[in-house]
Design a protein around this ligand. Sequence first.
Ligand SMILES: CC(C)(COP(=O)(O)OP(=O)(O)OC[C@H]1O[C@@H](n2cnc3c(N)ncnc32)[C@H](O)[C@@H]1OP(=O)(O)O)[C@@H](O)C(=O)NCCC(=O)NCCS
Length: 407
Amino acid sequence: MDIAIRPVGDEQLDTFDRAVGAGCSYHSSDEELVQARERYHRGFDRRIFAAFDGEQIVATGINVPMAITLPGGASLPMAAVTAITTRPTHRRRGLVTSMIGTLIDDAAAHGDPIAGLWASESVIYGRFGYGIAIEADSWELERQYAAFESSVAISGSVRMVDTVADARAAYEQVWQRAHAAQPGMPKRTDRMWDVRLMTQGEGTIQFAVLYEEAGRCDGYAFYRVRPDSRDGLPQNEVIIQELVTVTDAAHAALWRFVCSIDLSKTIRASNRAVDDPLLWMLADPRRLARRTRDAIWLRIIDVPRTLEARTYGISGALVLDVVDAFRPQSGGRFRLDSDGVHATCVRTDAAPDLKLSAADLAAIYLGGTSCSVLARAGRIEEHTAGALRTADLLFATERAPWCPQGW
Ligand SMILES: CC(C)(COP(=O)(O)OP(=O)(O)OC[C@H]1O[C@@H](n2cnc3c(N)ncnc32)[C@H](O)[C@@H]1OP(=O)(O)O)[C@@H](O)C(=O)NCCC(=O)NCCS
């Protein structure tokens, strides 16, 4: 059987979307296909690929051009990978392996030095050189236990907007300022904003609030309320969809606000930064139930360009032996030389200080974990005494990486 992977044209998008549905076990009505086109394709500059078995699409994948902020504030182009599926009749024959290879080649051809994705299952992507670069927390807090013990001073105020779309310009400028200081946060294009503000949640009502101070908006929150009551007792659920701030006062004010909405029993939030200070603000911190899981998986395609793009914590040099079993031409030995801020990275024949996989280099790249932790997990070999500590200090970041954007 001959199966070929090819780019997908606009005229094949419905067939493509149905194939994604078949791969993910959902069926799209004609109306849903129109909505999918609006949400995922219209106005997006994306590169769509499918594996064809004759006329039938049997595997799918998309690269979306994006850019994420790095430690130090620079932005790096990234191929954001999505719609990875294989038709159930064609699984475990290597199709996703070929598709990921195609998408990495496509990213390299378009000058994207990294690729990134949200994984449906964490068992899938490590073999392709993807590592967990960003983790995220899900929270649940009963409002009756949401007393605050500590907070920075708040001199601005929280304002509700009439309809969520009304204050788009305010959200956009907050995101713009927040993303410049937050490793892992992508730029959000106009089309991404359109889609973000389109999002519905069945059985809930959406609200938005702004935090304003000195005539400027420093933060916003979109949240949904699921109305509920039992035996006459209000039990509403408040679901935080997005809460983005640029100052500590905005963060404190918005969390105080969402934790004090009358008639609500539970506050839930997903995809929060793992170093969000909320825990340290609560009088009864154990009441903040937290679950941490992998968020963004990164794949480094061009090691020198990627390593030179971020800043570093100390001056120092390391030779890294990067084992890239899936794409050997991306791996090899590299000398990273930092002056305390910027670094050069070049191929070398020198003896390595550390030996690590491409996936593990991706995992430490944004400061989401350290070489020492991965060495303790048996994943990194230290060939020169002290190299792990040097790597920890080089790659450490002030803030944990966070990606409040899905794709
Ligand atoms: C995940 C998925 C795309 C894998 O497709 P596939 O074409 O079967 O993958 P391959 O045949 O190329 O698998 C390559 C290897 O990964 C393993 N693998 C792939 N998916 C796996 C999974 N979900 N669980 C465990 N192992 C998996 C295969 O066993 C194979 O291992 P091997 O090389 O040791 O034989 C497919 O199972 C699927 O469509 N799942 C539902 C949708 C989904 O979850 N998509 C991912 C969105 S992020």
